[in-house]
Design a protein. Sequence first.
Length: 108
Amino acid sequence: MVYELRTYSAMPGRLPDLNRRFADITMGFFKKHHIQVVGFLDQRAGRRLGPAHLLLAYDSLADREKKWGGFFADQDRLAKFAETEKNGPLVRRLTAQILKPTAYSPMQ
């Protein structure tokens, strides 16, 4: 297994909208494209909210590429995401890290 840690920094004031899109739209498209969500994590310590963190799991890097290819090309998803951005973009910055568990990690 390989894991992907994606960190989404929302545009100022748009974190609630981004979280709503994840809950109401993105999760359905992840399911449609067989993208395995390990968890969504919010920053709870400190003075400010955010960013939002998302941990995904794949069988391999090739598996990841195939699934994201379908997700990004999905015309229905594109239309629904565009609708959520009528008042401007939700995401200011996105970073993604590909991670592989160590031999001693309980997460394999």
